[in-house]
Design a protein around this ligand. Structure first.
Ligand code: UD1
Length: 383
């Protein structure tokens, strides 16, 4: 059997690493799966891509499509054109896509048009918000996939409601948690202060040394277009962080390239650099982020993956979104997150409540570190 699996952007890398290891394992036990890894090249900075391949032990991609940045249609169109050539040349039995980025959509469409079977890892997540590019990617990918591997039971229900035949759906658990389990010992060895020293933005003018202790700092990530692309939204969010959060405690903020660009565009960048308690970092590696998360007093994020990691680590989390495709991570389901959107009054209220919360780890069903094996077995057993 020949499988091509696809990655494109940062959140894909931690999902594909355990999948590739699980293929190696079944091959060691007598199976003969030929596997090729394709990187579409959507994320191309070393810190957004190469660093994750190295630290998670992902073999270099067999093929890199070099797509880079662009509008959604440019990214999707260019990926389809390039990936179709790969498929015609390599003739795989399966294309495996993960998550919800543009690569996930483009490669599943290209494969289906050539009658190649598609397996989607992390199927069935729904935010119900079609203004999110990721939601369009999820809907199309799941509609086309032959095998839909779901991370939680709520996702199974979503797919059934949409009329997906039950035999196509398999509940396997959350593959991100395989990576978390495999890497938490290594992450624990990383020193928080060295994360800061090694990743401070070059143009930051301070030469201060930080001595942060557990439970004494906040961590922040934000990259969604709905939070960062408009001045009227980003400015009050930034004011809250700069005027309020950083008066309470240091705020460690690894900045996504999109967000850095928008802070500069809206004239907020210099103020961010000048604030000693706003610790601006380059995008950081997997172990560094896991380490910061383990001891953070509070997480503020619009990332779906961090919401899941906060759930398992128990880090009290404010999710800077109005909806989530991962309700299992919310406090009403036993998780650590609460949805706060991007309205500052709501954020402030929940921030004050959240600061009083204790760390409360929670493990949804099958978030057990063994998901990748179930994924590979589901493909082998597919009829
Ligand atoms: C993408 C995914 C999103 C995921 C996020 C994580 C889609 C639709 N979105 O969003 O689901 O949560 O990645 O990071 O696929 N850029 C760089 N260097 C890079 C990559 C991007 O400078 O290595 C710049 C691009 O030029 C662009 C901006 O960052 O201006 C955004 O990149 P893009 O690939 O469009 O999407 P993300 O916002 O990263």
């Amino acid at each position: 059997m020949k499988i091509i699996s696809v990655v494109g952007a940062r959140p894909n890398f931690m999902k594909i690493a355990p999948f590739i290891n699980a293929i190696k394992e079944v091959n060691n036990n007598g199976n003969k799966i030929e596997h090729l890894l394709v990187h579409t090249g959507q994320h191309y900075d070393d810190r957004m891509s190469k660093a994750f391949f190295e630290s998670l032990g992902i073999p270099e991609a067999d093929i890199n499509l070099g797509i880079g940045s662009g509008t959604h249609s440019e990214q999707v169109g260019n990926t389809m054109i390039a990936f179709e050539k790969v498929l015609l040349e390599e003739k795989p039995d399966w294309v495996v896509v993960v998550g919800d980025v543009n690569a996930t959509l483009s490669c599943s469409v290209a494969a289906k048009k050539l009658h190649i079977k598609v397996c989607h890892i992390e199927a069935g997540l729904r935010s119900g918000d079609e203004k999110m590019p990721e939601e369009i990617n999820r809907l199309v990918t799941d509609r086309l996939s032959d095998l839909l591997l779901t991370p939680d039971v709520l996702s199974n229900e979503n797919l059934k409601k949409e009329g997906v035949p039950e035999e196509k759906i398999k509940f396997v658990g959350n593959i991100m948690i395989d990576t978390l389990e495999a890497n938490k010992e290594k992450a624990l060895k990383v020193e928080i202060n060295s994360i800061i020293q090694n990743n401070l933005l070059d143009d930051q003018l301070r030469a201060k040394s930080y001595e942060l202790k557990a439970n004494s700092y906040a961590v922040m990530t934000m990259h969604r277009p709905s939070n960062v692309d408009e001045k009227e939204i980003l400015t009050p969010l930034f004011r809250f962080l700069s005027d309020e959060v950083t008066s309470d405690m240091p705020l460690i903020w690894p900045i996504h390239p999109r967000t850095q660009k928008m802070l500069k565009t809206f004239g907020l960048w210099e103020e961010a650099l000048a604030n000693d308690n706003m610790i601006l970092l380059h995008p950081i590696g997997y172990h560094d982020m896991l380490r910061l998360n383990m001891d953070a007093k509070i997480m503020l994020t619009d990332s779906g993956g961090l919401q899941e990691e906060c759930c398992v680590l128990g880090t009290p989390c404010l999710t800077l979104r109005w909806n989530t495709e991962r309700p299992v991570t919310l406090r009403e389901h036993g998780g650590a997150s609460v949805l706060v959107g991007n309205n500052v009054e709501r954020i402030r209220e929940e921030y004050n409540t959240t600061l009083k919360l204790e760390r409360k780890p929670q493990r949804p069903k099958l978030w057990d570190g063994e998901t990748a094996k179930r994924c590979v077995n589901a493909i082998i057993e597919f009829k």
